[in-house]
Ligand binder design. Structure first.
Ligand SMILES: *[C@@H]1O[C@H](CO)[C@@H](O)[C@H](O)[C@H]1NC(C)=O
Ligand SMILES: *[C@@H]1O[C@H](CO)[C@@H](O)[C@H](O)[C@H]1NC(C)=O
Ligand SMILES: *[C@@H]1O[C@H](CO)[C@@H](O)[C@H](O)[C@H]1NC(C)=O
Ligand SMILES: *[C@@H]1O[C@H](CO)[C@@H](O)[C@H](O)[C@H]1NC(C)=O
Ligand SMILES: *[C@@H]1O[C@H](CO)[C@@H](O)[C@H](O)[C@H]1NC(C)=O
Length: 780
């Protein structure tokens, strides 16, 4: 065990660097590790909206921090993290309190301070101060090292804004508060692109060719590449990751490092470029002086690098600091070639790594060269250790997967395979006896040739019905004389039924005055007729009747309408409105957004206000379903149908699943699930509610504003979508959200993001969505 510990310490010493990709832990706003007295604000609207209520996902007080509305004064929320922290992500929310509040800040800026006195503004990699935030989770690029953080909501006019936040990152164990250095230089070699080796994220002072009082690229966790002109970030210039100097103006590069407190230093690691073909080399030597209190000690620690002319890789050079104690360090790096370039510098201190390094390494000079047998031995042990760690991680992941799979299986396959929802009975693995009780559709599964708007399955959740309880009197739709249905065209076909386009003679008279009817063709009306095959199983027959029963109770302009039925004799049929423009998915995917180009070339197009109008109609239909406590379970553009006047009616089309089979995920060949539309709790817990319909509505909105040109999360495989669901559940900021469609107004994307809130009370209701969407239509 002792050996194992020792090896781990050695391994961390060898890696020993913050990795921004993994340093994303919630820092304690939501779970209360950050105490109330660490939260301050410039003002508060009311006692119950003080800064102590600015906690993500919490609903105490009046649900959030809301400053007094004084737009001229810049308001802020201040968080004291209690220690230096490497901050990578900020998550924000507005105020909801069970939907009675909806104030949020669309944008905010970030100020930070390492000492609580000197405040700096966060700037992005292009050096701009604004942080136009339009998502709940905002990565700080670049991340910052800080103890105090202020969020400054950007207010417009006199709107009230409220905020709840979580901060993500990890502790900054280096303890480095600032470094000073000569300003980086430009490399302008003939025949090569100009490389600018300045420290562009430095947050201190630039004066007379010197940087001081700040941190920057040497502490941002990004390690430069072997070729210094290549960068990890997009849209930055060659040389971005490095701070570099040329030897013609400087004899050496002197840097001073200031720490939060006195530390007992083990080592300093300098990540350095070594591209000698372009005259860049690791420093030839370095001397460091120590200042424990007020005076610099005379005796430096000196280190000579073993230069490497064969391997041009950039690398860490570990300089042993010999357990000297100091609060400040001053190091002189000497040139080995024309250029010297660093991308990261980190310090190891305290007793953590001490015994490891003294045992293994030469105390004063330790080239990271890998030539000595001892170092090779170290590397081998490190690799072995990593293998063990990786094995442990994989094993752990495997265990988690198995657990998650069991969860999913229990939650979805089991209750649904024989109990309703999304089971697909043709391929269930349960026995015929069990399947007899299935609520799932039996009559419309395979081989659809074309698609037309009638509902195909019973996805509206209703109190359980048994076969016996279904009688004719449960069906409120009127019986239509079968001989008055005149066949025109076959629209679709499934295993247990067919859908026909028919003319219904005398239907207007049959339904009576005042009954809103779809398109008339003189005295007759075009309708869609879904007919159950004579040879259908009794279960399919029961499902068919049940669907009729549910549909006959629904009456809303945005829900597909059952006009009448023929159930007194076989074959059973249901007659619904004919939706001429098919489903919304197909409709939008064949269109472009309206522009002069589409006008000029006669390309089928839709306008932004058409899209908004569609969204309003869907929310209105869903509002109606929600008012009846019906849960749809499969809201998506493919299940929204359009008539000639582009009125949208929500339908549920079991048959469409063949056409859109890639939208559904099969779990071991049993359940068929629209996972890309499903809320995390539906996937993980099998819980379908109006709130999970709201989630699906958010995805449907997203489809509309991408004109259905892309499947949601198209870059993720089904397995990755399910993994992402786990991230939504854990809510540690690692979940991937759908991106903001370029066409989509920011306020609308805001609304979508709210539909994808982890916690159900944070999601809007359909009533709220409808009220929020409606004004957009009138505007545009
Ligand atoms: C934010 O930081 C800037 C300096 O960059 C300072 O001028 C401003 O007063 C700060 N604002 C607050 C509220 O801390
Ligand atoms: C660094 O160099 C880039 C590219 O020339 C320039 O845009 C940027 O303003 C510079 N940054 C600083 C802080 O000098
Ligand atoms: C620094 O740590 C080492 C190892 O624990 C110890 O031997 C040494 O005395 C410490 N130095 C100071 C000045 O505390
Ligand atoms: C800079 O480096 C080049 C190449 O090593 C060397 O010839 C030259 O003398 C150096 N100049 C200074 C000022 O050190
Ligand atoms: C470390 O190595 C250098 C030469 O590389 C040698 O001069 C020095 O004595 C060694 N120190 C110890 C403590 O072994």
């Amino acid at each position: 065990m002792h050996l194992f510990l020792l090896l781990i310490l050695q391994a961390t010493a060898a890696i020993g660097q913050i990795d921004p990709a993994h340093c994303r832990y919630p820092l304690g706003m939501e779970d209360g590790r950050i105490k109330d007295d660490a939260l301050k604000a410039s003002s508060q609207w009311h006692e119950t909206t003080g800064p102590q209520y600015a906690r993500l996902n919490r609903e105490e007080g009046h649900g959030a921090w809301c400053p007094a509305a004084q737009p001229s004064v810049s308001q802020y929320l201040e968080v004291d993290l209690g220690r230096l922290t490497f901050l990578t992500v900020i998550g924000t929310q507005g105020r909801y309190i069970r939907n009675s509040g909806n104030e949020f800040a669309r944008e905010y800026r970030v100020n930070y301070s390492r000492d609580g006195k000197l405040w700096k503004s966060w700037r992005n990699r292009q050096g701009n101060e604004v942080n136009a935030y339009n998502s709940v989770i905002k990565d700080l690029r670049p991340p910052i090292v800080t103890r105090y953080v202020r969020l400054l909501p950007v207010t417009r006019l006199s709107t009230t804004i409220c905020m709840r936040v979580e901060l993500y990152g990890c502790s900054w164990d280096d303890g480095l508060i600032s470094y000073s250095a000569p300003e980086g230089q430009r490399m302008q070699p003939p025949g090569y692109p100009i490389a600018n080796l300045n420290d562009s994220t430095y947050d201190g002072v630039h004066e007379r060719g010197k940087l001081f009082g700040g941190l920057g690229q040497l502490t941002d966790g990004v390690i430069g590449q072997d070729d210094f002109t290549r960068t990890h970030e997009y849209s930055v210039w060659p040389g971005y990751d490095y701070l570099g100097w040329k030897n013609d103006s400087l004899e050496h590069v002197e840097m001073e490092f200031v720490f939060d407190r006195q530390r007992n230093f083990t080592s300093m690691k300098v990540h350095s470029n070594n591209m000698f073909s372009r005259d860049v080399k690791i420093f030839s030597s370095v001397s460091c002086w120590f200042k424990p209190h007020f005076v610099w000690e005379a005796e430096p620690v000196e280190f000579r690098t073993v230069l490497d002319d064969r391997n041009p890789s950039a690398r860490y050079v570990t300089v042993d600091l010999n357990h000297r104690t100091a609060k400040s360090l001053r190091c002189r790096f000497y040139f080995a070639d024309v250029w010297m370039m660093f991308s990261e510098i980190s310090f190891q201190s305290g007793n953590k790594h001490t015994h490891v390094q003294t045992k293994v390494q030469n105390t004063s000079v330790t080239p990271d060269d890998g030539k000595t047998p001892i170092l090779i031995g170290c590397l081998v042990t490190i690799i072995l250790l990593l293998v063990i760690i990786i094995f442990l991680i994989l094993w752990c992941q495997y265990v988690c997967k198995v657990l998650e799979k069991t969860l999913i299986k229990q939650a979805l396959v089991f209750p649904t395979a024989c109990g309703g929802g999304y089971a697909e009975p043709d391929i269930t693995q349960c026995t015929p006896h069990q399947c007899f009780h299935s609520n799932a559709p039996h009559y419309a599964e395979t081989d659809i040739v074309r698609l037309q708007g009638v509902t195909g399955s019973n996805m509206y959740a209703v109190p359980a019905l048994t076969v016996d309880s279904l009688t004719r009197k449960d069906i409120s739709a009127a019986e239509f004389p079968r001989q008055q249905l005149i066949f025109r065209e076959k629209l679709g076909e499934g295993q247990f039924g067919e859908v026909h386009l028919c003319e219904a003679e005398g239907l207007p008279e049959f339904l009576g005055e005042g009954s809103p009817l779809p398109d008339r063709d003189g005295h007759s009306v075009l309708v869609a007729v879904k007919q159950l095959r004579a040879d259908a199983t009794s279960q399919a027959r029961n499902d068919f009747l049940k669907e009729i029963k549910i549909m006959s109770r629904l009456n809303d302009p945005n829900i597909i309408r059952l006009l009448c039925v023929c159930v007194s004799s076989d074959p059973l049929c249901m007659v619904t409105e004919y939706m001429e423009n098919g489903d919304l998915n197909m409709f939008l995917s064949q269109r472009e957004i309206e522009s002069t180009l589409t006008h000029a070339n006669n390309i089928p197009s839709v306008s932004l206000s058409d899209l908004l109008h569609m969204a309003v109609q869907i929310s209105s239909g869903m509002k109606y379903l929600a008012s009846l406590n019906f849960v749809h379970r499969d809201l998506a553009t493919r299940n929204c149908l359009l008539d000639r006047r582009l009125t949208i009616k929500i339908a549920d089309f079991g048959m469409s699943r063949n056409l859109y089979s890639s939208d559904y995920y099969r779990i071991q060949g049993r359940a068929v699930l629209p996972i890309r539309w499903m809320a995390w709790e539906s996937i993980l817990l099998g819980k379908f509610t109006t709130a999970s319909d709201v989630w699906a509505f958010g995805v449907t909105l997203w489809e509309i504003f991408t004109l259905c040109k892309e499947q949601p999360y198209s870059l993720l495989s089904d397995e990755q979508v399910i993994e992402n669901t786990g991230e939504f559940f854990r809510n540690q900021g690692r979940q991937i959200f759908l991106y903001a469609p370029p066409l989509c107004p920011p306020s609308l994307f805001e609304l979508m993001m709210r539909c994808w809130s982890r916690d159900i009370p944070d999601r809007p209701t359909f009533e709220g969505l409808y009220q929020a969407l409606k004004p957009h239509v009138n505007q545009s």
